[in-house]
Design a protein around this ligand. Structure first.
Ligand SMILES: CC(C)(COP(=O)([O-])OP(=O)([O-])OC[C@H]1O[C@@H](n2cnc3c(N)ncnc32)[C@H](O)[C@@H]1OP(=O)([O-])[O-])[C@@H](O)C(=O)NCCC(=O)NCCSC(=O)C[C@@](C)(O)CC(=O)[O-]
Length: 304
């Protein structure tokens, strides 16, 4: 049997406090978000997406982002990221002291319009100023490519569109680019194709897999991405989430499930799974819903 050579170490970016919580209907107090970020920091994540400086009319849940950033206890070695779609968002992110600014585009025109109210070409022009300011202030710059594997409005998204937007984002000076399955529709062969298209335009070391788990394929998709050399993955504690502009999409792949997979594969993450399980139980308890599969299994075993 042929076994692909997998990376020995991966970076897991915890996106639960942002992607995970942004779609919650119930208002989550800033103190709860702060406690969640602090628990995640304590688990040793190298990168936590903690906030989003977007219009509060568009995404009300993220309106407390400045308060959250001011309230968290920063762990040395953790990069704290926030979304910024324009200069207003950038200025707020800078004032809040983020380490990494995330611009977010799409490989689908229809999604770009629904999510950020402009075309792909217009978004790149808006991001140019944000990218330039990010670099000038010595911050890291990351870009997300939403709907790289399917769009809730347009359906299929050609890999040529993924390649094209990755090239445009590279030209802005991005340090990392996320290939996002916003609505969780991908299966492994689609992941190979999208990642291979992206790899033609951007170094594989800087590409990440951002998978939602709507159809239960996210762990298989992560494995497929590992096989083509991707070594950065995004996940949400307790599998929180969904996109406000992608109806029916469920949360990101659960961090506990991803860490369990990596442990089984002997791939280093530097993250304490037990502490992530605690964070997952905390936030799932607060929201009144079950945590992730691996998280619940580990918690149940502890209680046994
Ligand atoms: C981009 C805009 C602002 C354009 O929205 P617009 O309405 O075209 O913007 P505008 O410039 O005309 O401004 C309208 C109002 O918003 C305000 N405004 C404008 N910008 C900001 C800002 N940064 N922070 C706070 N307020 C802002 C601005 O001041 C003004 O206020 P008013 O004068 O009406 O009182 C809007 O569409 C928006 O905020 N969209 C955000 C959508 C969003 O956050 N989606 C979820 C994140 S993306 C995601 O989850 C996908 C990802 C990354 O996880 C990867 C994946 O899975 O695909």
């Amino acid at each position: 049997m042929n076994h692909a050579t997998l990376p020995q170490r991966v970076k897991i970016v915890e996106v639960g406090p942002r992607d995970g919580l942004q779609n919650e209907k119930q208002t989550i107090p800033a103190e709860v978000k702060i406690r969640l970020v602090d628990m995640l920091s304590d688990a040793g994540f190298p990168n936590i997406e903690a906030a989003s400086f977007v219009s509060p009319k568009w995404v009300p849940q993220m309106a407390t982002s400045a308060e959250v950033m001011a309230g968290i206890t920063r762990r040395p070695g953790t990069v704290y990221s926030a979304l910024a779609p324009n200069m207003k968002g950038f200025d707020a992110a800078l004032a809040a002291g983020v380490d990494e600014v995330v611009i977010f585009g799409a490989a689908s025109e229809a999604f770009s319009q629904k999510n950020i109210n402009c075309s792909i070409a217009e978004s790149i022009e808006r991001f140019r100023d944000v990218a330039e300011a990010t670099k000038r202030h010595g911050l890291k710059l990351r870009a997300a490519v939403s709907c790289a594997l399917g769009c809730p409005y347009q359906g299929e998204v050609p890999v040529a569109a993924v390649r094209d937007v990755v090239a445009r984002l590279r030209a802005l000076g991005c340090d990392e680019i996320d290939i996002a399955d916003t609505i969780g529709v991908a299966t492994p062969r689609k992941v190979y194709a999208a990642m291979e298209a992206a790899m033609r335009e951007f170094p594989v070391e800087g590409l990440s897999g951002h998978f939602h788990d709507t159809y239960g394929q996210a762990v298989a998709n992560i494995y497929a991405a590992l096989e083509v050399g991707i070594s950065i993955f995004h996940s949400s504690v307790a599998g929180l989430g969904g996109c406000p502009y992608a109806k029916g999409a469920t949360g990101n792949v659960a961090t506990e499930d991803v860490l369990y997979l990596m442990q089984g594969l002997g791939i280093e993450t530097g993250i304490n799974l037990d502490k992530v399980v605690d964070a997952g139980q905390f936030i799932a308890g607060h929201l009144g819903r079950p945590a992730s599969r691996a998280g619940n299994a580990i918690a149940a075993k502890r209680g046994a």
